[in-house]
Design a protein around this ligand. Structure first.
Ligand SMILES: Cc1cc2nc3c(=O)[nH]c(=O)nc-3n(C[C@H](O)[C@H](O)[C@H](O)COP(=O)(O)O)c2cc1C
Length: 159
């Protein structure tokens, strides 16, 4: 069995979650940075996990393109989907529902949000301003939920 985690991260939180998730499996897991511009042969993987952060309600374009361009191949894999973001409750439900193509979501073993992180040192001036206004903070914060990463890995292991 082989597992791929394909992730799109702007400031490192999703990359960190992808690495944390990879460590939960006993077997080797390959990590694929979708923003690296490299191509990837998906045929060797039985399970494919896609993760992306959310900005202004949308997952990163590299994650959308990866899902759209490989939809037929991905539909025949065991799929897990996650996002990283700061929303909770009803807004998070809406965000999750819109994150990935419906054809993929309906096939996914699990879809979840692992929480998010604000790293001010990596943000543009505009991003800092938005976060200060919306999240009312100017301090680095992390709401990564490891319990969710554990449950996510377990669901994939059982699949
Ligand atoms: C400018 C900006 C806009 C954001 N918009 C959203 C959003 O619409 N929904 C959300 O859940 N999180 C939003 N976030 C929070 C990010 O998704 C969160 O910080 C995430 O962990 C970033 O992951 P990354 O470091 O992998 O890119 C936003 C963050 C910034 C800086």
């Amino acid at each position: 069995m082989s597992i791929l985690i394909a992730y799109a991260s702007k400031h490192g939180c999703t990359a960190q979650c992808a690495e944390m998730l990879a460590e939960k499996f006993d077997e080797k897991v390959d990590l694929y940075d979708l923003r690296s511009g490299k191509s990837m042969d998906l045929s060797q993987y039985e399970k494919v996990i896609v993760g992306s952060s959310v900005y202004v309600g949308k997952v990163n374009k590299e994650a959308t393109e990866f899902c759209t361009n490989n939809l037929e191949i991905l539909k025949n894999k065991k799929i897990g989907l996650f996002i990283c973001g700061s929303q909770e409750g009803e807004s998070l439900k809406q965000e999750l529902a819109a994150a990935y193509p419906p054809e993929l979501q309906s096939k996914a073993i699990i879809l979840d949000c692992f929480g998010g992180a604000y790293t001010f040192g990596k943000m543009s001036f505009m991003e800092k301003t938005i976060v200060k206004v919306i999240a009312k903070t100017n301090k680095d914060t992390s709401t990564i939920q490891e319990d969710k990463i554990n449950s996510f890995a377990q669901a994939l292991k059982n699949a």
